[in-house]
Design a binder for this molecule. Structure first.
Ligand code: BGC
Ligand code: NOJ
Length: 820
């Protein structure tokens, strides 16, 4: 491994600074916090969309293209025949200086060439449906510079899926309007659509182009568009083909002079009766209004300052000071930032997720919100209601839904039997954070059907019932199409490569396979449910809740008994029983003798702790699953396809669900370690997948962004162990956050207050946490003079010792001293 570095952390500015544009893979960032979003790479590649990366794609992007990362917002500078871009691409003219700073919802890219500096700040202002691109050109030379500047965006014809395939139609439908310095994209506006996009610059332009082939030239590339190379716009007006937006601006700069240009890429929806200003002319009022708000440097700087304050406030809710920069920067900045991003996008749009395939996952979103709920609880609340609205009356769930329509996705359907439990997981986290029990009284439909509304609490109840009404021959939960592991398809039985592993069920008798992962997940979430029912009965004095708590406790006890009886392999928990009742994840199996998911969930559930099962299972994870880069999903890897198992056994050894380090489930085991009080083991597992701890590895081996977790790192059985893939959108973000914030540093929201229960490596001596919680703010100092791994000896709140380790909630500022 060479030790080349492509960038470094700048904690003071909460940025990652990339100093070489040729990163081993595009290193990206996300702009936008609520409705209008953009993806942006370190060379300004990427695209924008409104709410839904499939249905409302605003600009075009070419996934998996040659060269990689093709399409984006490009500025071309023609300086007396030398043509270059501030972000190096697409011209790739060597720059005298290059830097990309990815920050909290903004990116700043700076390039210098022949005495000219071009610095572009990209961000989406709060509550605004537009991306701002503030370009600052500075003449650092001693001569007058006459620059020919071309901007460039390529419009997507709204639906990103059909945009990539339906060319017989697409090539005829594109329409634009040009008004002053604004280019409008209005394809299909005359029919059912009521939305358009625009690209504006706050100065007079000397020309423009809106037809791609005219601008680029049919035999050229983005790297050498005709218009740019000749320094002459064509003033083309697109009719069909591929509409683009390019401004042409002549900029003259005296030595030392600097000039800002504000570009705005925006999106508008009009009311049906206000669509047109004149026949076939779109009503531009809303675009004008947004432009008016952002047409000067002062206005844009103010909007940027507001965005920075917004992030300051978000990152002030939970802040740790351990003195260990590598830990502090992940906890205080990047892990929380990644949690917001995964909350916003689930698994829909990244450089690995094309934005057309997967919408919002039911289980994914419930997990993501747990990493986000402390930041903006009302958004988490709304998300819970949206998710629950896609549930079926029997407690089953649509596996995914579209963010724009909020409707369940029929292509994938339901039948993933872990899904219902996650609704409890998400809802309880919300209530514990906020104390807002009223969410349980919200009336929420099934499958979005008006008239079907019941309370959210009722949704939780049917979720639990879905598990206990679907038990298999060993009284363990039926797995359905799959549990958390989408690729363990135990009811698929497919020999036909044209069948989907996710949706095919080739046995008409229905599902008989059982999952130990769901068993553990059920015990964990049902315990939460019981605690919730008890709390509700206490709050309301309604005995129905205490009866419900008792009912579910019986089910929990039965599940624990079933796991102990038929779910234990001697050294670890089994993974599943297949359709024929054969064990999966047992020492008796030829391959994949042990899986991580059931170790994680059954240890978190503490099943058989009193008999030593938990400790043994955790030890087995260290022995069989752990490797240099983390814990693999299963061991040994499958080397041949097993038709009883499905997709997992069809993957190459060491990748993805077949023995890759699927980072998402490492924290499950780490939390299991924490609950067992094994701080040293917990920490060593955690540090292996903590990006800042292995930053060097990211530069040349993992290859993906060093500031966030990726979904998968190739495991020990892989051809290239250590390669990272599928960065950004992964449940790993929320789970890493839970692990460190609640279990390692040990600050856990409970109904009545904050519980303090750290689990530390023996080397940890002292740290301080600032935690805003409801209307209170706590400064918590934890001291570990004797190098303990767990157990709180004494807690002093505002100068008074308290019993137990829960700080009783009360508004205001409090100082807490904790001694281990
Ligand atoms: C991937 C899984 C994913 C599933 C559903 C599989 O190919 O390996 O990680 O959850 O598809 O999209
Ligand atoms: C990615 C999916 O989004 C998630 O739901 C699933 O649990 C994992 N893959 C594991 O298969």
């Amino acid at each position: 491994m060479d030790n080349k570095r492509y960038g470094h952390f700048d904690d003071q500015h909460r940025e990652y600074v990339i100093t070489d544009p040729k990163t081993p893979w595009p290193w990206i960032n996300y702009l936008g916090n609520e409705d209008f979003f953009s993806l942006i790479s370190n060379t300004a590649g990427g695209y924008s969309f409104y709410k839904d990366a499939k249905f409302r794609r605003i600009t075009r992007y070419r996934y998996n293209n040659v060269p990689m990362d093709n399409g984006g917002r490009y500025f071309y500078i023609n300086d007396n025949g030398t043509v270059w871009n501030p972000g190096w691409k697409p011209c790739k003219t060597p720059l005298d200086f290059y830097e990309c700073r990815h920050g909290m919802s903004y990116t700043r890219i700076t390039g210098r060439k022949n005495g000219v500096e071009a610095s572009v700040l990209f961000f989406v202002p709060l509550k605004t449906w537009a991306e701002v691109q503030k370009l600052t050109l500075t003449n650092q030379s001693k001569e007058v510079k006459k620059l020919k500047l071309f901007s460039f965006e390529e419009w997507c014809l709204w639906n990103a899926a059909t945009d990539m395939e339906n060319f017989q139609r697409n090539f005829s439908t594109g329409e634009v309007e040009i008004e002053g310095s604004t280019i409008y994209h209005k394809t299909e506006y005359r029919e059912r659509r009521n939305h358009y996009a625009y690209y504006h610059v706050n100065t007079e332009i000397q020309g423009y182009d809106t037809d791609r082939e005219t601008f680029v030239g049919l035999y050229n590339e983005f790297a050498n568009p005709d218009a740019v190379m000749e320094g002459k716009p064509r003033n083309s007006h697109a009719h069909g083909w591929s509409p683009i937006a390019s401004h042409y601006i002549e900029v003259e700069l005296q030595p030392g002079e600097s000039r800002d240009l504000i570009f705005l890429l925006g999106y508008v929806e009009n009311e049906q009766d206000k669509k047109f200003a004149a026949p076939q002319v779109i009503n531009k009022d809303k675009a004008h209004a947004t432009i008016e708000k952002l047409n000067t440097t002062e206005k844009v700087d103010k909007a940027f300052a507001e965005l920075c304050q917004y992030w300051d406030a978000l990152l002030n809710i939970y802040k740790v000071h351990t003195g260990n920069d590598k830990l502090d920067r992940m906890v205080n900045i990047w892990n929380q930032y990644q949690c917001m991003v995964t909350f916003n996008f689930s698994r829909s749009a990244s450089f690995f997720e094309s934005g057309v395939g997967r919408g919002m996952g039911f289980r994914d979103s419930n997990q993501d919100l747990v990493g986000f709920v402390h930041q903006i609880p009302p958004r988490a609340r709304q998300r819970i209601i949206d998710i629950a609205s896609t549930q079926f009356p029997d407690g089953g769930c649509y596996h995914q839904y579209q963010p724009l329509t909020k409707r369940g996705n029929n292509d994938i359907g339901g039948g993933f039997n872990d899904d219902p439990c996650w609704l409890i997981f998400g809802t309880v986290a919300y209530i514990k954070e906020t104390g807002d029990f009223s969410i349980l009284d919200e009336m929420v439909p099934f499958d979005n059907q008006p008239g079907s509304e019941v309370t959210l609490f009722e949704h939780l109840k049917v979720s639990m019932d879905h598990v206990i009404k679907n038990l298999g021959p060993h009284m363990l939960p039926l797995i359905g199409r799959a549990d958390w592991n989408d690729c363990l398809n135990l009811n698929c039985f497919s020999w036909d490569p044209n069948e989907s592993f996710q949706t095919t069920e080739n046995k008409s008798e229905g599902s008989k396979a059982e999952s130990l992962m769901i068993a553990g997940l059920f015990v964990v979430t049902a315990k939460e449910y019981v605690e919730l029912c008890k709390k509700l009965s206490e709050n309301s004095k309604n005995s129905e809740y205490s009866e419900e708590a008792k009912r579910m406790q019986v089910a929990i006890d039965a599940m624990i008994a079933a796991v102990k009886k038929d779910g234990w392999d001697g050294e670890w928990y089994l993974r599943a029983y297949d359709f024929f009742g054969n064990k999966i994840g047992s020492h008796e199996c030829e391959e994949a003798k042990i899986f991580i998911e059931s170790q994680g969930w059954c240890t978190m559930a503490q099943i058989g702790a009193e008999d030593g099962m938990v400790a043994k299972a955790l030890d087995s994870c260290k022995k069989y699953l752990e490797c240099e880069h983390g814990m693999v999903l299963n061991n040994p890897a499958f080397t041949k396809y097993i038709y009883e198992y499905g997709e997992i056994s069809s993957y190459p050894e060491g990748y993805k669900e077949n023995a890759g380090i699927f980072c998402h489930n490492n924290p499950w085991v780490i939390i299991g370690e924490c609950i067992a009080g094994r701080g040293n083991d917990a920490w060593s597992h955690y540090a292996k997948i903590l990006p800042s701890y292995v930053e060097e590895k990211y530069q040349t081996l993992h290859k993906v962004e060093p500031y966030v977790n990726c979904q998968m790192v190739a495991g020990k059985d892989a051809a290239k162990p250590g390669e990272g893939k599928n960065s950004w959108l992964t449940g790993t973000a929320a789970w890493m956050w839970l692990t460190v914030s609640q279990y390692i540093l040990g600050v856990k929201p409970q109904y009545d207050g904050l519980q303090i229960d750290p689990c530390l490596p023996t080397t940890a001596k002292e740290y301080t946490i600032q935690r805003k919680f409801r209307d209170a703010e706590y400064t918590i100092t934890v001291k570990n003079p004797d190098g303990k791994e767990s157990g709180v000896k004494q807690m002093i709140v505002d100068g008074k010792p308290i019993d137990g380790n829960i700080i009783p909630y009360s508004a205001g500022k409090h100082a807490v001293e904790v001694t281990m």
